[in-house]
Design a protein. Structure first.
Length: 287
């Protein structure tokens, strides 16, 4: 990300979520505030997306990862004792402003200060008020101590905490990814996390690799290049070593089967191409 500039990829993710509300009627993930926060630009982005069918796959992936995260969060609040939410690299995420658990689930939004300032301006322009349950915590993943910064903002490590970490991991170094997962896995109150990642490009099909190269060039031109790729088996082993005992990793086949074209045929068709974008949920044991 360019210094002292808000994240362009955060804006792009919000545009995809808003376009999903228009083009698929929010069928995978309903987020009306994604449209509100972008204002008139949301309709223009949706029109542009309609004219570019090749963007549909990424749009549905972004919708699916948000759906997975919020479904897992709801289950965590209702069944596993989750009592705090941290949105890592929050960008223009809107959960905190439509939080159905606001009376018992404080939310901490973590991002670079310049991106947070940009978001707050957009919220004001859109007439969206920040709830009392929300706290902004400025953090640079590559330089700052995540838990120290959160505790300054009022975070309690003794309370079971859910972390949404969407659209961030590919842009971080391996050290930053490992330190963040270590911090979550080591929380005294227990931790849960949903994040997305990609297989190494060399393992992708020829078609998927070509699409990835185009996107990689596009985000690099914005000053936010892809930095890290993860191999599922190695990632799962690392998560277990860090204390995560529940791991649910949805690769392309599972995402298609569950959210895009439900049914065994969809899963079978996708099996040969089951390398690409993943969405993973991991949790430490409950007390």
């Amino acid at each position: 990300m360019r210094e002292k500039k808000p994240s362009r990829t955060a804006l792009g993710a919000a545009a995809h979520r808003a376009a999903h509300q228009f083009l698929e009627n929010g069928g995978i993930f309903a987020d009306p505030l994604a449209v509100t926060i972008l204002g008139k630009q949301a309709q223009l982005d949706a029109l542009s997306a309609r004219m570019q069918p090749a963007t549909r796959g990424l749009r549905l992936f972004i919708a699916a990862r948000s759906r997975i995260a919020e479904d897992a969060l709801a289950a965590g609040v209702e069944a596993r004792g989750v009592r705090q939410l941290v949105v890592l690299g929050a960008g223009l995420d809107t959960f905190a402003y439509r939080n159905p658990f606001s009376e018992k689930l404080p939310v901490f939004e973590v991002d670079r200060p310049e991106t947070q300032a940009w978001k707050r301006r957009r919220l004001t322009e859109a007439g969206i008020e920040a709830p009392r349950s929300l706290t902004y915590a400025p953090v640079d993943f590559e330089r700052d101590d995540l838990l120290a910064a959160l505790e300054v903002a009022g975070f309690d490590p003794a309370r079971r905490t859910f972390f949404m970490w969407l659209g961030v991991v590919p842009y971080l170094t391996g050290d930053a990814i490992r330190s963040t997962l270590r911090a979550i896995g080591g929380l005294s109150g227990g931790g849960e996390v949903v994040f997305d990642y990609s297989d190494p490009p060399a393992l992708l099909s020829q078609e998927a690799r070509a699409a990835h190269v185009k996107r990689a060039k596009r985000v690099a031109a914005l000053g936010e290049p892809f930095v890290s790729y993860l191999e599922p088996d190695e990632l799962h082993a690392r998560l277990r070593a860090l204390g995560f005992t529940l791991i649910d990793d949805l690769g392309p086949a599972a995402l298609v089967e569950r959210y895009i074209r439900p049914g065994p045929r969809a899963a079978s068709e996708a099996t040969s191409r089951n390398r690409g974008g993943h969405v993973i949920f991991a949790a430490t044991p409950t007390a």
